[in-house]
Write a protein that binds this ligand. Structure first.
Ligand SMILES: Nc1ncnc2c1ncn2[C@@H]1O[C@H](COP(=O)(O)OP(=O)(O)OP(=O)(O)O)[C@@H](O)[C@H]1O
Length: 510
């Protein structure tokens, strides 16, 4: 029968009175922070920490499937309590939810039903809980989140669809990253592979070292080599090894340096940022390959019209320039977030601007080469489950004499028919045949090339000889002409001499 306002006042006074005499303190951690758009980091960390460390002690649990996760996440149910201990202090956690005071429909997610955690402890542990326990919970919770998360493969959206107010219209969109490649399945020289794994491990552990030497915690790798030698497979193996997300940056969809910076800022730590076939996106002099302009160029060329020129590396805000890309890799912005790996792949290392791939930017250059025998053994073990076979000797010899990519070798080791049972002998015999064929084709191509080169050299020699002959002939003609001229000159001379002589004679006679 009491009016609502009075009832509310009464309960506030009662709470105040209780907390005045109570030796316990409460800290509330709400699901949505002040900005209300996204769930608070602290709440998520507490949720992860409690589900991992304390849920075993809770009586009521709830199970959920995370948004991007395939794993079942078990956490403390609402209105349940769990007890934790930290450095001798006992701490109680309560999960609860609060309904809104008004019934106004909210457009913000979670506003109509707000969940929160409450941590309760004795007042004498105040400094311990605030200064050490909560930061510990935050760190542990984040680590649990990283361990449990489904890793993601991102790609950049075209800037025309960016909209911060609509979910799913961010600068990146993603799918779960599910590439199964690992360093165990990657076919390459074992020593090279070990060196790369060592390098990655050292990077992962080197947070303090990078801070000490004053460098941003990031590392650049340049993967170069012919098509099908495993550059993409290497990236997937690295991501699986480090447990990082992958951002696959499609540079041709980025309009200018500002967009590039924005994309970089929106990436998270513990990630690999990849630009594949970098030589196809930005050329040697930092020019942007404008596909439209190039198409128009070729059309105009065909029509006989003057061609459009591709703009040089000038930052007028209409394209990504080489300097924009260099800033992306190691400018001031590149330090935000930390723990990032940047990878460029290319089939033509020599086409790249040296500034782009110098050490410090691309710290490690990894050459992915044609299949060696050691790499073949990894493929044979992966695809056929064998480490020895009588054909291995011949395959070793052929691989030393022939260039075949691991992709082509792998293709030959795959069972070709669904109905047929996998037959290792047939697969290896097929590979031997393919290697022989490739060897013959390479020899034929080489012979053709040599014949063409010889033909060209002969043609050039002939042309040179002809030119020399022509020059000689011209010289001969010139000499003849000269001789004729000198003959007439001398006759004239003789005549004039005669005349002189004659006149001299006449004079002396006189
Ligand atoms: N070194 C390797 N180890 C294991 N598998 C490989 C290797 N190289 C190639 N493959 C196989 O060949 C396929 C193609 O390889 P991948 O895409 O990694 O080559 P790439 O060098 O990135 O080629 P491109 O330059 O054309 O992009 C892969 O799916 C994989 O199955």
């Amino acid at each position: 029968h009491l009016p609502v306002a009075f009832r509310h006042r009464l309960s506030t006074w009662a709470n105040k009175l209780a907390s005045f005499f109570s030796p316990y303190l409460h800290i509330t951690i709400s699901e949505y922070g002040a900005e209300r758009f996204s769930r608070s980091d602290l709440f998520l960390a507490v949720e992860a920490y409690l589900s991992d460390a304390c849920a075993r002690r809770a009586h009521r649990l709830k199970a959920e499937l995370g948004k991007d996760s395939k794993n079942l996440q078990v956490s403390v149910d609402d209105n349940d309590e769990v007890t934790d201990t930290f450095k001798g202090a006992t701490i109680w956690w309560y999960a609860a939810k609060k309904l809104p005071r008004s019934q106004v429909i909210s457009f913000y997610p979670g506003q109509d039903e707000r969940r929160f955690y409450q941590v309760v402890f004795h007042r004498r542990h105040r400094d311990l809980v605030v200064g050490s326990y909560l930061p510990y919970v935050l760190e542990e919770g984040r680590a649990v989140t990283v361990r449990n998360r489904q890793r993601r493969l991102f790609t950049n959206n075209p800037s025309s669809s960016w909209n911060p107010y609509r979910s799913g219209n961010g600068v990146w969109s993603h799918v779960p990253f599910e590439h199964p490649a690992t360093f165990d399945t990657l076919a390459m020289d074992p020593d090279d592979k070990e060196a790369i794994v060592d390098d990655l491990e050292a990077f992962r552990e080197a947070k303090d070292y990078y801070a000490k030497v004053g460098k941003a915690w990031k590392r650049g790798y340049l993967l170069h080599g012919p098509p099908g030698t495993g550059k993409s497979t290497m990236i997937a193996s690295m991501a699986n090894f480090l447990d990082y997300d992958v951002y696959d940056l499609e540079l041709t969809a980025v309009k200018n340096n500002t967009e590039l910076r924005k994309l970089f800022i929106e990436t998270t730590g513990k990630s690999i940022i990849v630009i594949e076939d970098i030589d196809c996106s930005v050329d040697l002099t930092g020019k942007r390959k404008d596909k439209k302009a190039q198409k128009k160029n070729s059309e105009d060329e065909a029509d006989g019209k003057p061609m459009l020129s591709v703009e040089p590396d000038k930052d007028d805000g209409t394209k990504v320039t080489l300097s924009g890309l260099l800033n992306f890799i190691d400018g001031l912005w590149s330090a935000c977030g930390g723990e990032r790996i940047i990878i460029f792949t290319t089939n033509h290392k020599d086409k790249l601007d040296p500034a782009l791939i110098r050490r410090g930017r691309m710290d490690k250059h990894i050459e992915m080469s044609y299949c060696s025998f050691e790499a073949f053994k990894v493929l044979a073990s992966n695809y056929l489950d064998i480490t020895e076979h009588e054909l291995f000797g011949e395959i070793r010899r052929l691989l030393e004499e022939t260039d075949m990519s691991p992709a082509d070798v792998a293709e030959n080791l795959m069972p070709m028919s669904k109905k047929k049972k996998r037959d290792n002998n047939a697969c290896l015999a097929g590979l031997v045949e393919a290697l022989k064929k490739a060897k013959e084709e390479a020899a034929a191509a080489k012979a053709k090339e040599e014949a063409e080169a010889k033909e060209k050299a002969e043609a050039e020699a002939e042309a040179k000889e002809a030119m020399e002959k022509e020059a000689e002939a011209k010289k001969g003609q010139g000499e003849d002409q000269g001789n004729r001229d000198t003959t007439s000159e001398s006759t004239e001379g003789k005549m004039s001499n005669g005349e002189i002589k004659g006149s001299e004679q006449v004079a002396s006679d006189n």
